[in-house]
Design a protein around this ligand. Structure first.
Ligand SMILES: Cc1cc2nc3c(=O)[nH]c(=O)nc-3n(C[C@H](O)[C@H](O)[C@H](O)COP(=O)(O)O)c2cc1C
Length: 208
């Protein structure tokens, strides 16, 4: 039985392009995996504190030596790590905010990037410990940042996610981007805008 971890990070819910596209991915995935299990993690509905000195201290304390308070401090991170470990596949919805990932997604990354759990340092340098997973990132951006365009270098979303996930061991990644969503605010028809992106997402989800 396959397990899909479905993560969203747009605060806009019903108006969100990335949420609509991840939902289409999940429906297609369920159709091709009738016995599959989906874990939903809505980062806008998850209270995640920023990491602080106590949290870092708990991470670097060997597991057997942790105090009850340190265990409690790491409990949210432990739950989110369990979701990553249980799933075989990930679909992650990402709105571009200020040229990067939204703050809730960064908070989640800070919770799951844990020495000894998702990466380690050895003689050969850092090693990612999340192995054998496939990840699809569905990104929505107001502007257009395609490789050959003037604003391409402003896009820190895809390069950042590619780097951080490969650092953690997830190298089988696909990036699907719906660029130019600001046209929707200028009256472009939503269905017409979404149609090619829904098609791309459904086609890709069928290959999972
Ligand atoms: C707080 C905020 C910051 C944004 N920053 C950018 C930006 O830097 N560049 C851009 O092209 N669009 C930006 N946008 C527009 C979003 O990327 C766009 O609305 C996209 O559709 C968001 O994904 P969503 O529809 O899933 O929420 C921003 C939107 C918000 C709400």
């Amino acid at each position: 039985m396959s397990t899909l971890l479905h993560i969203d990070s747009s605060p806009l819910y019903g108006r969100s392009v990335s949420r609509e596209l991840t939902a289409a991915f999940v429906s297609q995935w369920k159709a091709t995996h009738p016995d599959g299990r989906v874990i939903d993690r809505d980062l806008n509905a998850t209270a995640m504190p920023p990491v602080n000195a106590e949290w870092v201290g708990a991470v670097y304390t060997p597991e057997q030596a942790r105090t009850p308070q340190q265990r409690e401090l790491l409990s949210l991170s432990d739950s989110m790590l369990a979701e990553l470990e249980q799933a075989d596949e990930y679909v992650i919805g990402v709105p571009m905010h200020n040229f990067g990932v939204p703050s809730v997604l960064k908070l989640w990354i800070d919770q799951i990037a844990r020495v000894g759990r998702t990466f380690s340092y050895g003689e050969g340098g850092p090693k990612g410990l999340i192995r054998g997973k496939k990840a699809t990132f569905i990104i929505a951006t107001g502007g257009i940042y395609d490789a050959q365009t003037q604003r391409a270098s402003f896009n820190f979303v895809e390069p950042y996610l590619r780097s951080v996930f490969s650092f953690l061991g997830v190298t089988d990644t696909t990036f699907l981007t719906a660029g130019g969503t600001s046209a929707l605010n200028q009256g472009k028809d939503r269905n017409a805008f979404l149609a090619p992106h829904l098609q791309a997402v459904q086609t890709h989800a069928q290959t999972f």
